[in-house]
Design a binder for this molecule. Structure first.
Ligand code: ZN
Length: 265
């Protein structure tokens, strides 16, 4: 995994798997960790990295309920876990789903040293909303970010000029409409994110390295173009440059299938 000190109060950890990101933010003697890396050794290393850097962990946050973003409790078993209300609802509606998918991943990848994932007692946070942090009452803004899945929250830290948006604006992954996601919601989220990107110096996508504003805007425009083409030309829609890998073609095929099902319903 990579550890990137982006700002004195912002550390981004990038997992070896899917370049999944985990973001630590600090405000005085308080701090939050948003999302998680994937492999057991990475989850074990995160508390050590943050302790060495003097980053306190007052709580955990998750951008959405996909299992690869929910593993923070394995690294910090005692910490409270908060998420937007749409994510809390999804987790309540599908109990055990994240654990099942995690087990499947571990079996597929021969991972046999996984500590149990406990997701009880999740705190549901209002979205849009704000979360106060630290002695100087810094506020994290919570914005709706659905479309990739039915749930989703983007976290914006004005004092760090940093946006942690979940599975959008990825330099390594094309827009992915999950079975419970929606292309209309995805496009609306991109426009909401455009306004937040304009206020940010650092954009941390759910997968891939943190981006500067100009790069995030480029990815955003490419994603808008891709989704437009997905609707108009379907399977022949060109993938964004730099994201034309076999894995992205498989995601594209899923998107096409998903869209056909929506249309035929
Ligand atoms: Zn993800």
């Amino acid at each position: 995994m990579k550890v990137l000190a982006v700002h004195p109060d912002l550390i981004v950890v990038v997992s070896r798997f899917w370049q999944t990101t985990c973001t630590a933010i600090r405000a005085g003697d308080e701090g939050f960790v948003i999302d998680s890396p994937v492999y057991p050794d990475e989850l074990e290393a995160v508390p050590e990295v943050l302790e060495q850097a003097g980053f306190p962990v007052s709580g955990l946050l998750a951008t959405h309920a996909d299992w690869d973003h929910l593993l923070g409790r394995i690294a910090f078993p005692q910490a409270s876990l908060g998420c937007g209300e749409s994510t809390a609802e999804r987790l309540a509606a599908e109990p055990g789903q994240a654990q099942r998918e995690l087990r499947e991943f571990d079996e597929d990848h021969y991972v046999d040293d996984r500590k149990p994932l406990a997701l009880a007692g999740i705190q549901s946070l209002p979205v849009p909303g704000r979360l106060a942090l630290g002695p100087s009452e810094r506020e994290i803004e919570l914005h709706p970010a659905d479309g990739h899945t039915a749930d989703g929250t983007a976290f914006f830290m004005p004092w760090l000029r940093a946006l942690v948006c979940g599975d959008y604006l990825s330099p390594v992954e094309i827009p992915w409409i999950s079975p419970d996601g929606s292309i209309e919601a995805y496009r609306a989220t991109l426009e909401r994110l455009r306004a937040l990107v304009a206020r940010a110096d650092t954009i941390v996508p759910g997968h891939g390295r943190p981006l500067e504003r100009a790069d995030a805007n480029r990815v955003l425009d490419e994603d808008v173009t891709y989704l437009e083409a997905l609707v108009t030309v379907g399977v022949d829609a060109p993938l964004p440059a730099g994201r034309r890998t076999g894995a992205q073609r498989r995601i594209h095929a899923e998107n096409v299938e998903r869209l056909q099902r929506t249309v035929s319903q």
